[in-house]
Design a protein. Structure first.
Lengths: 228, 199
């Protein structure tokens, strides 16, 4: 534009910082003032920001991960070689133990890992080959030892029929003997005919022939009306 | 001092407020927010942010979350806040991949308590024109100019934020002012009369 003076640095600074300007720059200085005023409107914080400002949770909720990582690395660097090896072995063994305990390894690797862990730690993994063996034998020789339990319960009930003794059969159940069904699972109302023929007599083994719930008498389970 | 001039509002008490905010004092967060958030929102609004208020809150979540790592004066704090706000804006632009819009009918402008209706209407029209003229600048020119005017930052601070040299920032602000000057003379819009009568 003809006649328009070129802005030098001093004029630019005067306009931008609200200083005294030449008359021909006054419209520009006025516009800068409007920009500044237009930009200075109050703004409401978001709900998250307002909540955090009110509670002051900024201080602890976001730890500096890079700083933590740096601290860990510097600590590791400061260790001796022996300590580094020991730390590495401990970390590897911890990870291996976790994976092995979860049974996530292939079968061969799982067995080897269990052997190693059992030899260097007090952890004892159950033998997979023997798992369920005891129960299977009980089932083959006429069910769980319900008869024995029942007799023991009778004897103890006669001996100590005092207060506080509930007489519940499950209080005397040997460890490892299967009990009633898990809570919440449906219990069959009727036992299939074929299955009942193969099962031992409920009168001889009340624990095996009932619904599995020790607090339900066998007669109720067997003699109740079938569901329509 | 010019009433429209954005000056440091806290002053000598800034160190104590900063220390209290680091300790989690709500009043300190509030004070820092009240002091800086309006100009941050204004900067984002003039830059054409889609949701300037939300972006301001997002920026302050970042600011307060990293307050423990900040050391410096109030002026440096202001510069640091605008650095974070600038990064948030760049992120938003990358997400949206669009040019800044011209918000001519911002409901918030009309939501202020009234008094002198003629002045309020004139103010709104003036603000709309400000957005329009700023949107007519190049992205770099607008960025530099708004950081200089709204954030009240020095050339060096602006250069650090936008990642350019001091010389480049000076050239950009000069070109921006020249462009605005031409438009204002062409439009013959009486900014001087409006602003002076309002002060």
């Amino acid at each position: 534009m003809p006649g328009q003076r070129v802005l030098d640095d001093a004029s630019v600074e005067a306009v931008l910082r609200g200083g005294t300007v030449a008359p021909e720059l006054e419209p520009l200085a006025g516009f800068v003032r409007v920009i500044r005023t237009a930009a200075a409107q109050p703004v409401r914080p978001s709900r998250e920001l307002a909540d955090r400002m009110a509670s002051g949770v900024f201080v602890t909720d976001r730890p500096d991960r890079r700083a933590n990582a740096g601290t860990t690395l510097s600590k590791l660097a400061a260790m001796s070689l022996r300590a580094k090896v020991a730390t590495g072995c401990a970390a590897a063994l911890t990870g291996l133990t976790g994976v092995t305990a979860a049974g996530a390894l292939p079968e061969v690797a799982q067995e080897r890992a269990e052997t190693i862990i059992e030899s260097v730690t007090p952890i004892d993994f159950p033998d997979r080959a023997e798992f369920g063996h005891e129960v299977a034998e009980d089932a083959q020789d006429g069910g769980v030892d319900g008869q024995q339990i029942s007799e023991q319960a009778k004897e103890q009930g006669q001996q100590s029929a005092g207060p506080g003794n509930t007489g519940r059969a499950d209080e005397h159940r040997p460890a490892g003997t299967p009990g009633g069904p898990p809570t919440g699972l449906p219990t069959p109302d009727r036992i299939p005919r074929e299955a009942s023929q193969e099962r031992p007599d409920p009168d001889d083994h009340p624990g095996a022939g009932s619904t599995g719930r020790p607090d339900v008498p066998p007669n109720d389970a067997e003699g109740g009306p079938p569901d329509p | 001092m010019d009433p429209g001039r954005a000056r440091l509002a806290i002053g000598e008490g800034f160190t104590e407020i900063l220390h209290s905010a680091r300790s989690g004092a709500p009043w300190a967060f509030e004070r820092l927010y009240i002091d800086v958030a309006p100009v941050v929102a204004g900067y984002l609004r003039l830059q054409g942010a889609a949701e300037p208020d939300d972006l301001t809150s997002e920026a302050f979540l970042g600011v307060f979350g990293r307050l423990a790592s900040f050391e410096g004066s109030e002026q440096q704090f202001r510069s640091w806040v605008f650095t974070i706000a600038h990064h948030r804006l760049v992120d938003e632009r990358r997400r949206a991949a669009r040019r800044p819009s011209i918000p001519t009918a911002d409901a918030q402008m009309f939501d202020r308590p009234g008094g002198d209706v003629e002045h309020d209407v004139f103010d709104v029209l003036g603000t709309a024109r400000v957005y329009e003229l700023c949107a007519g600048l190049s992205d770099d020119q607008r960025e530099v100019l708004i950081l200089r005017i709204v954030a009240d930052l020095t050339v060096e601070q602006v250069a650090a934020i936008v990642g350019k040299s001091v010389g480049a920032v000076k050239a950009l602000q000069r070109r921006a002012l020249n462009a605005l000057r031409k438009k204002l003379e062409r439009d013959a819009y009486p900014y001087e009369g409006v602003t002076r009568s309002r002060r």
